[in-house]
Design a protein around this ligand. Structure first.
Ligand code: PMP
Length: 356
């Protein structure tokens, strides 16, 4: 029978109302037989990532509190997805937006933000995540702009408690859920979801993941902070890693709540190359297109699966789409030109051949 769709049964007043309600999708070929693995595909958000949720809530919470005035400029430091989400929200609501970003993050991200009307100010790679953060702060102070402060704001974990966590509760209602797997950028996802799971599904184990060469949480070394909870210095266990959007060079205040309140059960490390391989596998074997951090989370979920008891159900977060990594190692070896095999296919019939 031909598949049929029914529409959403409603009309939307703004693109912003389409944020959230992302699907949890079963993995059919890559998971071992004794477990069931689902992925929550945040690429279904209108801006293509999990950060649409936070961007929307930062702006709406600030509108509600009066911290953001009509027409006031918004400024934020971001590795990309928050900037894209904020650019979407600011465009839809009519706020000017300035983003500060380390020069090493993918070029697609800058161009996407500029396409959505944001100004993007680059900061030197030597000054890492703290450099882009301090630049945003300087600009906010000098110009009286609204600083979104994704790494400290309560609006971050709150939105994951009220949306991501609720969606997981609804979708797994009456079903087993043994493990929830996530990495962290700000920690908003894991902190917000863990509030819900601890309260309502205490049997679900929360697995936190971080890059094997930037194992700040595992190091046990506390983050130095200012009185406002901002990082006062780069964390000593940090090293540059290829999992964009994960693990800045400090432990964010938003994540600190999950660390302090027992918001996770186990911490697993994952490497850059295995993360990239896992993202490619998801595309090739499941048709699921996600970025490097999605690969990292999925690779972690497979480590959990290896040791999980028979029948266990695992949910892994896939934070964004792979499309914003065309210029990164995720696409290394994916060429624009025809391969020998493709040329042989072209020559296998007489017509329509490229010259040369
Ligand atoms: N992956 C990617 C690609 C991201 O952009 C982010 C957010 N920076 C994350 C994962 C982590 O999400 P969170 O900030 O909620 O911890």
């Amino acid at each position: 029978m031909t598949r049929q769709t029914e529409g959403r049964g409603r009309l939307y007043d703004t693109v912003l109302d389409t944020v959230g309600n992302t699907p949890a999708i079963r993995i059919n070929r890559l998971a071992p037989d004794h477990v069931t693995v689902y992925v929550k595909a945040e690429a279904f958000n209108p801006g293509g990532s999990v950060k649409d949720r936070l961007a929307l809530n930062i702006i709406e919470a600030a509108e509600a509190s009066g911290a953001l005035k009509p027409g006031q400029t918004v400024v934020e430091a971001t590795s990309g997805n928050t900037g894209i989400g904020l650019a979407m929200v600011c465009a839809a609501k009519g706020y000017p937006l300035v983003i500060t970003m380390v020069e090493t993050f993918s070029v697609e991200r800058r161009r996407l933000m500029r396409f959505l009307g944001a100004k993007v100010v680059l900061t030197p790679k030597e000054q890492k995540g703290t450099g882009m953060y301090q630049k945003a702060k300087e600009l906010a102070e000098k110009n009286g702009w609204f600083f979104a402060r994704q790494f400290e704001t309560e609006a971050n974990a709150d939105i994951h408690e009220h949306t991501t966590g609720r969606e997981i509760m609804a979708d797994f209602d009456g079903q087993r859920l043994d493990y929830f797997v996530s990495g962290f950028g700000t920690g908003g996802t894991v902190t917000g979801v863990s509030r819900v799971l601890r309260r309502e599904r205490p049997e679900t184990k929360i697995i936190l993941s971080e890059p094997d060469n930037a194992a700040m949480v595992q190091s046990g070394v506390a983050q130095e902070r200012t009185e406002d909870g901002e990082p006062a210095a780069s964390h000593p266990a940090f090293n540059p890693h290829p999992i964009q959007g994960w693990t800045p060079d400090f432990i964010p205040l938003v994540l600190q709540e999950a660390l302090d309140k027992g918001g996770y059960d186990d911490l697993l490390l994952v490497g850059g190359p295995e993360s990239i391989a896992a993202s490619r596998d998801l595309a090739l074997k499941e048709g699921i297109f996600t970025g490097i951090s999605g690969g990292a989370t999925f690779a972690t979920a497979l480590k959990v699966a290896e040791k999980a008891p028979k029948g266990a159900v695992i949910l892994a977060m896939l934070p964004d789409t792979g499309e914003r990594y065309l210029s990164t190692p995720l696409f290394d070896g994916i060429e624009a030109e025809m391969s020998e095999e493709e040329i042989a296919l072209m020559r296998s019939t007489p017509g329509y051949q490229m010259g040369g």
